[in-house]
Design a protein around this ligand. Structure first.
Ligand SMILES: C[S@@+](CC[C@H](N)C(=O)[O-])C[C@H]1O[C@@H](n2cnc3c(N)ncnc32)[C@H](O)[C@@H]1O
Length: 262
């Protein structure tokens, strides 16, 4: 009888190969097959040794070439054949990465698995653009939310609780519902002047960062022609990028100076 293999649910980080963990990097030499997502950068895939099979199950927003159920089955059948499988995902596998759904399915099918964390895009992208997610006097905490829900319905989040000027809000997958997100936050009391950063392709060679405000970000993003993943950071901490010596794209003027002179 074939001995069951093992699945490693691995975070690849935000794209910069230097932000891959040493543990993940070492594992490339120990697995038979890598099953990877669209957000895993080419530079990271280039680190996979020649001879290791690679299966792309990449998803585009609102378009899933390989449905999640099928990805789950691929992992189970490869491991059942005795293979050591690396399931490689962008960022951290347990943060908006469906890694926990895959882990639950593996567990239900008696497949051994291990989770190897990755640097999530919130911390990596924020650091790359000189944006501290918390800072004394600016934000006492940070919240990570998804801007997307599976059935394409309205985002049924606790908007009152999220509209807190003392907490940084990080929005993953927020482009498609940006108007709704900004409207709900302002309806619930967050000022339209609240600074917003839109970080596109964070930590990658084509990284961009647009600084705007809650009232203007939707129009500004529409003018930017971003391609690739975008992460939104909303809150007063965004003002600090300038104090830390970082210059970014601005379409609607300088928020800090505008506010100070108002
Ligand atoms: C399906 S979620 C995966 C998140 C991932 N598990 C993590 O921990 O970063 C995809 C979203 O992550 C964000 N994202 C991931 N990598 C990014 C990058 N390099 N630059 C900007 N945003 C990124 C974007 O908001 C994107 O829509």
């Amino acid at each position: 009888m074939t001995e069951t293999g093992k699945v490693y649910l691995v975070g690849a980080g935000p794209g910069d190969p230097d932000l891959l963990t040493i543990k993940a990097h070492k594992l490339f030499d120990q697995v038979d097959v890598v099953v990877y997502d669209r957000l895993v950068s080419d530079e990271i895939m280039n680190l996979v040794p020649a001879g290791t099979s690679c299966i792309s199950v990449g998803k585009q927003p609102r378009f899933h070439p390989v449905p999640q159920e099928q990805i789950n089955d691929i992992l189970v059948s490869l491991a059942a054949e005795g293979q050591r499988v690396m399931r490689l995902k962008g960022g951290d596998p347990f943060l908006f990465g469906r890694g926990s759904e895959e882990a639950a399915y593996l567990h239900a099918n008696n497949i051994p698995f291990e989770v190897i964390p990755g640097v999530t895009s919130a911390s990596a992208c924020a650091a790359a653009v000189g944006l501290p997610l918390t800072h004394r006097g600016y934000a006492t905490g940070a919240r990570f939310i998804t801007g997307h829900c599976s059935d394409d319905n309205d985002l049924d989040w606790d908007w009152k609780g999220l509209s807190d000027p003392n907490t940084t809000l990080v929005v993953y997958m927020g482009v498609a519902n940006l108007i709704q997100i900004c409207t709900r936050l302002t309806e619930n009391g967050l000022a339209e002047s609240t600074p917003v950063a839109a970080i596109n392709n964070g930590t990658r060679p084509d990284q961009r960062c647009l600084i705007s405000s809650l009232g203007a970000i939707t129009g500004d993003v529409a003018k930017c022609n971003f391609s690739g993943p975008v992460l939104f950071v909303i809150g007063r901490v965004v003002e600090l990028t300038k104090a830390l010596g970082f210059e970014h794209e601005r379409i609607s003027g300088d928020l800090v100076e505008e506010r100070e002179s108002a």
